[in-house]
Write a protein that binds this ligand. Structure first.
Ligand SMILES: [Zn+2]
Length: 50
């Protein structure tokens, strides 16, 4: 989890293309850059290792 809740909320509105790694809006079902449907959300629950 990030230090700033606002930033986390904003990050959660994006998905990242698995192919070209560009950020897309969560509302899109395809990457606008390469057309890939393999998008993953930026997950908040992935925590950094201690
Ligand atoms: Zn892409």
């Amino acid at each position: 989890m990030g230090k700033f809740p606002e930033a986390d909320a904003r990050i959660m509105q994006f998905v990242v293309c698995r192919r070209c790694k560009s950020r897309n809006k969560k509302t899109l079902d395809k990457c606008r850059k390469c057309g890939s449907v393999f998008l993953r959300p930026k997950r908040k629950d992935i925590k950094a290792k201690k």
